[in-house]
Write a protein that binds this ligand. Structure first.
Ligand code: HEC
Ligand code: HEC
Length: 390
């Protein structure tokens, strides 16, 4: 194959993949797209005044926007052409299926460790442009690959109201209380100040503002203005002038994301749901999946401590964020609000059902998993019924 044919085939693959990714349940939001009621899935978190509602709708359009190459999409890396391509289950802003997982890689010497980064970092772009220099030799040595699922972004504005000290008050890295769980926060240096990482599977990012910037660069290849906090891509190799997003578009998307209601409870009135809720607490799920953390505007019913835990057996293979507590096997306790609509589960989607997810909890959670397995069939069913109402 000569170079031109190779490039053309590559571009064909690129464009057909883009079509596939943006084609899944594609949802084009315009001014007439109904806004779900306040507090509903995909609706605002509170009553918005007329100006706020307009800004929220504009922000939803930025989240939905199919960026074009003329506007800065890609180069050298992109995963999709819009945020909504991945965050769309069951509604824009939601989670993503296995088909839109992203991948990280590194070297762990066939599982013998230690984990090492390879030159160029861990991130493998889904749709790196075929004409990118160096694409061919990006990762010949890699021997460990980690899929990452697209989490829900509903309710992240409320998570933002939880103070660092509230999260730190639940840390117990040396298991002084003897429950087997060793929750630890990930502190991130932002311009000389330490902030708790609350977002991302490995708690790698402190705030929603930072995550939107990071995602614009990492997912769609859109550059953002310099701000000194260290997240987001400032320049790239394409000919479009940087920053590629207008400040007002960014502000609108941030407003939308901050005011996207948390997933509401399912509302199942079966009395077994309450039985399941009390079992969730008594077997110890609530040690890590703390039902509510205090936020500045009131309690936040997220079912997480926002701390890192290792729930995997010793032979688990995955990536590590070197120099941080997010080593191999460590993930942030994911919030459980909305789990009824975000299957499959765990960072890479390895658990198809809620029960599969529970049974994969080992290491720090082994006593709790054992306690779940010791329950009678009816109690297990009640606990699962409670989870499937979240
Ligand atoms: C290719 C799929 C994909 C696209 C496109 C995508 N995301 Fe994500 N998003 C993910 C994955 C995967 C994660 C988890 C990443 C991790 O922690 O490793 C994530 C995490 C997030 C989070 C943090 C959620 C949490 O609870 O920790 C936010 C916020 C977010 N994305 C916003 C966006 C925005 C804004 C865009 C568009 C600029 C976008 N995403 C585009 C896949 C995607
Ligand atoms: C030691 C802390 C800890 C305990 C105890 C614990 N979990 Fe988890 N849980 C986690 C962590 C960490 C993850 C994420 C692991 C990953 O992504 O690979 C998780 C993931 C989950 C998920 C998947 C959520 C998603 O969105 O993918 C469910 C469901 C879940 N836990 C339910 C439970 C239940 C039910 C119990 C009690 C039987 C329990 N957990 C006990 C820490 C804990």
């Amino acid at each position: 194959m000569n170079k031109t044919t190779c490039l053309n085939t590559g571009l064909l693959v690129l464009f057909s993949t883009l079509l596939v990714i943006s084609g899944v349940n594609a949802e084009i939001i315009d001014d007439d797209t109904p806004v779900p009621p306040v507090g509903a899935m995909g609706g605002p978190d509170r009553v918005l005044d007329a100006n706020e509602l307009e800004q929220w709708i504009r922000g939803r359009k930025v989240f939905d926007r199919d960026w074009t190459q003329a506007e800065g999409l890609g180069t050298p890396d992109l995963n999709a052409d819009s945020c909504r391509s991945c965050h769309q289950k069951p509604i824009i802003g939601g989670a993503g299926g296995l088909d839109v997982n992203v991948m990280r890689f590194g070297l762990d010497n066939d599982g013998n460790g230690p984990f090492q980064d390879l030159p160029g970092g861990q991130v493998a772009s889904k749709l790196r442009r075929p004409d990118t220099p160096g694409r061919e030799e990006s990762n010949p040595q890699a021997d460990v690959f980690e899929q990452r699922q697209t989490p829900n972004t509903l309710g992240l504005g409320l998570i933002e109201t939880i103070s660092d000290s509230e999260i730190l008050s639940n840390e117990d890295p040396n298991d002084l209380n003897g429950d087997g769980c060793r929750g630890v926060a990930r502190m991130i240096d932002v311009g000389g100040f330490l902030e708790v990482g609350k977002l991302g599977w490995k708690s790698q990012i402190p705030t929603l503002y930072d995550f939107l910037r990071d995602a614009l660069g990492g997912e769609t290849g859109i550059t953002v203005p310099v701000d000194g906090r260290g997240f987001g891509m400032i320049t790239d190799a394409d000919p479009v002038a940087d920053p590629e997003i207008l400040p007002e578009d960014f502000a609108d998307m941030l407003f939308f994301a901050l005011h996207l209601a948390p997933p509401p409870r399912g509302g199942n009135q079966d009395p077994q749901v309450l039985v399941g809720e009390s079992l969730f607490n008594s077997v110890g799920c609530a040690i890590c999946h703390i039902p509510t953390l205090q936020g500045s505007d009131g309690p936040v019913p997220l079912y997480s401590d926002l701390l890192l835990h290792d729930i995997y057996p010793d032979d688990f293979r995955g990536t590590a964020d070197l120099g941080t507590p997010a080593g191999v096997g460590y993930y942030k306790t994911p919030p459980l609000w909305g789990v009824r609509v975000t299957a499959p589960y765990l960072h890479d989607g390895r658990a198809t059902t809620l029960e599969d997810a529970i049974l994969l909890h080992q290491d720090e959670a082994i006593q709790i998993t054992d306690a779940y397995q010791a329950l009678g069939a009816e109690d297990q069913a009640a606990l699962l019924l409670f989870l499937s109402d979240l």
